[in-house]
Write a protein of this length. Structure first.
Length: 143
């Protein structure tokens, strides 16, 4: 299989195999008017298999949310056909309005104007805690 290189844009590499479509949906890549390549189950020396997404356009991406979806992603910024920046993502310390508290007694359930603010409690297990009621949520990436 041959996928052309991109001139200016983003390559999301080292996505956990099978999780690329979650990233694709979150970024709403189907709504873009530029070339997008999504590769599943690509051979990887380190991981065995991985997904890769190439976006041939400059795009502002919320790296915290990407890190929450899959903390192993590497983001490569491409300009003039050359990688100018490489970022290795991890679970973010704070998540605001990314996940929602499931505790029916939480103030955020009643006060919809309040931000849903979660703080990373345990990086190893991907455990987040609601800032208002201490309810816990686990990252889908580490399930």
């Amino acid at each position: 299989m041959n996928i052309d290189s991109i001139h200016s844009g983003i390559v999301l590499d080292h996505i956990t195999a099978g999780r690329g479509m979650d990233v694709y949906r979150f970024l709403k890549l189907d709504e873009l008017d530029c070339p997008v390549a999504y590769m599943r189950n690509v051979r990887s020396g380190a991981k065995g298999r991985k997904d890769i997404i190439k976006i041939d356009a400059e795009l502002n991406v919320d790296l915290d949310v990407l890190g929450y979806i899959d903390p192993g992603i590497t983001v490569n910024i491409i300009r003039d056909g050359v990688v100018v920046e490489k970022k290795k993502l991890s679970l973010p310390e704070h998540l605001i309005n990314v996940i929602h508290c499931k505790n029916p007694r939480c103030i955020t359930t009643v006060e919809s104007a309040l931000d849903q603010h979660f703080i990373l409690k345990d990086r190893t297990h991907g455990l987040y805690r609601c800032m208002f009621c201490d309810a816990e949520r686990k990252s889908k990436a580490l399930r």
